[in-house]
Design a binder for this molecule. Structure first.
Ligand SMILES: Cc1cc2nc3c(=O)[nH]c(=O)nc-3n(C[C@H](O)[C@H](O)[C@H](O)COP(=O)(O)O)c2cc1C
Length: 198
């Protein structure tokens, strides 16, 4: 049975947030185009500074072997060990400007918002995303002809969950490790920085 790792909550949250986590064990089963489009629709409706919508996604589907191998070769070796099982892999990129010439101070932040929405929408289809900062940025840039005013932010694998025993031992053990978070009072302040909101 695929592993579930719901958040250990101190306060109530929505079920999608509670159940989202980043598995490395993916089943290779393909994802329909309709479902994929629904995930990008969720990203599409993310808020962004001045509605600048700086997010850009590049995806490769396992059924297109050459395309898939091209994308896979852009992940570092450690991440290739698990991302290679995901039926869809890809990269999130971010356009640096607002319009043509004004630098957008929040372009990474906006792009993260879109990815967060996509990630939660995925859960509604029992799909999981594991993001990977460990990508070969220059290689992505070169292979996908990424323009200079666009940053490569992160790679990701997307798919239905598989059994942990498809992973190398080290990773299947990590799959079972508990998820941890800092308590709210370490990051929510009032009055001045570091003054806890309790
Ligand atoms: C921007 C970003 C980069 C990440 N890079 C990697 C990575 O290179 N390799 C990896 O195995 N996991 C990576 N992760 C996954 C995180 O380690 C994971 O989200 C974190 O430990 C919290 O676990 P959870 O998502 O299951 O709650 C990344 C996540 C994010 C958001």
């Amino acid at each position: 049975m695929p592993i579930k790792k719901p958040a250990e909550l101190n306060h109530k949250v929505n079920k999608l947030i509670e159940n989202r986590w980043s598995p490395r064990a993916f089943d290779g089963k393909s994802i329909s185009k309709d479902v994929l489009k629904s995930l990008f629709e969720a990203a599409r409706w993310a808020p962004s500074c001045n509605n600048s919508q700086p997010w850009r996604f590049i995806i490769a589907l396992k059924e297109n072997e050459d395309e898939y191998n091209k994308a896979l070769s852009c992940f570092n070796d450690r991440n290739q060990r698990w991302v290679k099982n995901a039926p869809v892999i890809g990269f999130v990129c971010a356009y640096q400007f607002m319009g043509e010439d004004k630098k957008n101070r929040t372009y990474f932040y906006d792009t993260g918002m879109a990815m967060a929405q996509l990630t939660l929408q995925a859960l509604e289809y029992n799909l999981y995303i594991h993001q990977a900062g460990g990508v070969l940025l220059d290689i992505v840039r070169e292979k996908y002809l990424i323009p200079e005013d666009v940053d490569v932010v992160c790679g990701f694998g997307l798919g239905y969950q598989g059994e942990a025993d498809i992973l190398p031992d080290e990773l299947s053990e990590r799959e079972l490790q508990p998820r941890k978070r800092n308590p709210i009072d370490e990051f929510v302040f009032t009055s001045q920085f570091n003054n806890k909101f309790e």
